[in-house]
Design a protein around this ligand. Structure first.
Ligand SMILES: C[S@@+](CC[C@H](N)C(=O)[O-])C[C@H]1O[C@@H](n2cnc3c(N)ncnc32)[C@H](O)[C@@H]1O
Length: 369
């Protein structure tokens, strides 16, 4: 068979594979940087951008540790190159990420029945910008995910090994967090009809809460705050305090069950009475839920309707009645923290909109008139 390592450098995966499985293969590595391309004589090295490379042949096995990093606005990438990538990758979405493109490219280069094994960051399991990638993987083959958690020393990012068989079907999720302590991967979940939905960990109590509760997204309209550039560019924004002005609030002003209206963390000020001109939903008191609280849910009621620069802003839908105090206590309470950790572990440090939409509310805290 034909074995390929993309972004190979010195070819650590080719070397390890040959050590374990013998010499009866043809080995090939692709590396964009000529200074790091350094393969042994039994392997063929190609100097190329793997994402633009067209070998004219397909592979039995593709393995490696693709590079990662956002590719969208702000990335160190020439506009020409970004355009070339964007045109080639059907799974491109939002800011996307190098490893998403490496996955799509790898799958496309596989023979039918061929196998791809990558170690990648785990964010694709839940983030919206990988929705297309998940659907693509579900369409193209059978996927096994070995969740490693904190696998790259010194890096915050959580990792997973993907084993993808082109032409099969379904998803299997394994817990491999204790691999380093000598525990074999444990099969957690089998979804033969997986179509690319978020990959969540099965957690009995969490799923019971979802079955019995009302999804937050059915009760509230969920908005995201005005982004920093939007706030800064607004003609009413000031950089000094003054009459009628209040601090533009950030995540640091959001405490469990409480908003700190005083500390000017953003260094920006806005006329209190005009908050609704920044975003219409700031004009009425509403629920604020933290976006990045490192695996916690933090919520408070903004009764004073301030201007914000961060976090999710939730307005009750028409006709909904809430037991506000109990609702805020519930969202900050241990049950919801266990729900969140149970389903999403530490795959990403933020609470995304789809996660928030599904978060279950006990029916006695909410009633529709
Ligand atoms: C093994 S990968 C990634 C390791 C680690 N996950 C990271 O993100 O830093 C690093 C290698 O990928 C190579 N590389 C990066 N982009 C590439 C591309 N588009 N095509 C081929 N090789 C690439 C780099 O030159 C480097 O040798």
């Amino acid at each position: 068979g034909r074995v390929l390592e993309p972004a190979c450098g010195e070819g650590p995966f080719l070397r390890a594979f040959r050590e374990a499985h013998g010499t009866g293969y043809r080995f090939l590595g692709v590396e964009v940087d000529p200074r790091t391309l350094d393969l042994p004589s039994w392997a063929e090295g190609v100097q190329a951008d793997f994402l633009l490379w067209e070998p004219g042949e397909a592979f039995d096995l593709i393995l490696g540790n693709p590079p990662y990093g956002a590719l969208g606005a702000g990335a160190r990438l020439s506009p020409e190159r970004r355009k070339a990538y964007r045109e080639r990758f059907a799974t491109w979405w939002g800011r996307y990420n190098l490893y998403g493109a490496f996955l799509e490219k790898g799958v496309r280069l596989l023979k039918p029945g061929g196998l791809l094994v990558y170690v990648v960051p785990a964010g694709w399991m839940v983030l919206e910008e990988f929705q297309r990638l998940r659907a693509f993987l579900a369409r193209e083959g059978a996927l096994e995910v070995f969740y490693l958690g904190r696998a790259f020393p010194g890096l915050k990012v959580r990792a997973a090994v993907l084993r993808f068989r082109k032409g099969g079907k379904g998803l299997r999720l394994y817990d491999a967090e204790a691999l380093g302590q000598g525990h074999p991967p444990l099969l957690l979940l089998e979804e033969p009809a997986w179509q690319g939905e978020m990959v969540r960990f099965p957690h009995e109590e969490a799923l019971t809460l979802e079955r019995e509760g009302l999804p937050l997204g059915e009760v509230f309209r969920i908005h995201f705050a005005a982004r920093s550039p939007e706030v800064k560019a607004h003609p009413l924004t000031q950089t000094r305090p003054g009459p009628g002005l209040v601090p533009v609030l950030t995540g640091r002003n959001l405490l469990p069950g409480e908003v700190d209206y005083e500390t000017p963390h953003s260094g920006l000020y806005f006329p209190k009475e005009a908050a609704g001109l920044l975003k219409p939903f700031y004009a009425t008191p509403h629920l604020v839920v933290g976006h990045t609280r490192h695996y916690r849910v933090v919520a408070a009621w903004d009764g004073q309707a301030y201007p914000w620069r961060e976090e999710f802003h939730l307005l009750p839908k028409e006709g909904v009645r809430l037991d506000l105090e109990a609702l805020v206590a519930y969202l900050n309470g241990p049950e919801i923290q266990a729900y969140y950790r149970g389903l999403y572990r530490e795959v990403v440090p933020h609470l995304t909109r789809p996660m928030l939409e599904r978060l279950p509310l006990p029916k006695d805290l909410v009633s529709a008139r």
